[in-house]
Design a protein. Structure first.
Length: 319
């Protein structure tokens, strides 16, 4: 098989399980593919521009597998690859790093870091934030110990995030399409979320982009959150009504928010989000570091070989 691998990610070829007849070809994901590689059987996508991926989809006439390393396959699916091509996502490759970022953004607020940074710039020792303190002051979240955390979007990333928050003493619940239990955590149905928002201290959004998730966190749901609540979005920007979020922050109806994703990326310099009170913005930096992608790639290369030989193909994260 001819396998196209992007130059921007180093892959340990020893872990890919390549066979003697396989050819691994490096390509620049920001440049159009040379015609000599139109006969590729597998394309690994990571860091591709939309133009590059669409051009590849048009010209890779015999591609059998498109292995996206992104957590979501949206870009690869939209590119227009042939119907026979199996598209697989990188679900699980970013769970730990995104969870880590969600926790960091939350601790940033809970431990007063934005305010302390301002006081440091003013060369002021903020003594009122040190010394004897209440563990649970009224209408404030100052620790994760006992904090009620709701994680909306409880797939692989959500469950990894839940474990980190639980390790810090938080009471964690997931939100998914249906109620139940996942990885030992209670999960409520999204249809019932309004009942839980008024008791939520921290709402972590890890929803994918889809028609049913657009503006999922809207004005009505923001109003249900208590004034002490923090919102953290490490999913997709389209899932939050940004105008409603700005209004909630400016009015003080919630204590703060952190967004790693926005509806328009890169965020324009004139966006009102930049100047919004108690809002922290990071540039879609929660993931971006696939963890052990070789294992997933090797598994799906085996599936391609099985399919070619007429055996049952067990693709992982097939979309």
């Amino acid at each position: 098989m001819k396998i196209l691998a992007p130059t921007i990610i180093p892959l340990d070829t020893q872990k890919l399980g390549l066979q003697a007849e396989d050819t691994l070809v490096s390509y620049d994901p920001t440049e159009l593919l040379p015609a000599e590689h139109y006969d590729a059987d597998v394309m690994i996508s990571w860091g591709n521009t939309n133009e590059q991926l669409q051009d590849a989809a048009k010209n890779l006439s015999q591609v059998k597998l498109v292995q996206a390393l992104l957590a979501g396959p949206d870009q690869a699916r939209a590119a227009g690859f042939r119907d026979e091509a199996v598209i697989c996502s990188g679900i699980g490759l970013h769970s730990l790093t995104v969870a880590e970022h969600a926790l960091a953004l939350t601790l940033n607020f809970v431990r007063f870091l934005p305010l302390l940074s301002e006081e440091q710039d003013n060369s002021r020792w903020a003594g009122e934030l040190g010394g004897p303190q209440e563990l649970h002051p009224v209408d404030k979240v100052t620790t994760l110990l006992g904090a009620r955390v709701l994680i909306w979007g409880f797939g692989s990333i959500g469950q990894s995030t839940a474990r980190l928050f639980q390790a810090f003493g938080a009471q964690v619940q997931g939100v998914a399409r249906s109620a139940g239990e996942r990885s030992g955590f209670p999960v409520i149905a999204v249809d019932d979320i309004e009942q839980y928002l008024p008791q939520t201290d921290i709402l972590v959004m890890i929803l994918p982009a889809a028609a049913e998730t657009e503006n999922a966190l809207n004005e009505q749901r923001l109003e249900l959150l208590p004034s002490r609540a923090f919102v953290v979005n490490v999913g997709r920007g389209v899932t939050v009504d940004e105008d409603a979020l700005i209004a909630a922050l400016e009015s003080g109806s919630i204590a703060g928010a952190a967004v790693d994703v926005v509806k328009q990326e890169p965020l324009p310099s004139d966006s009102p989000l930049w100047g919004t009170k108690n809002l922290v913005i990071t540039p879609h930096s929660a993931g971006g570091r696939p963890v052990n992608p070789e294992e997933l790639i090797a598994h799906n290369l085996c599936a391609v070989r099985a399919e070619v030989s007429g055996e049952t193909a067990d693709y992982r994260n097939k979309m």
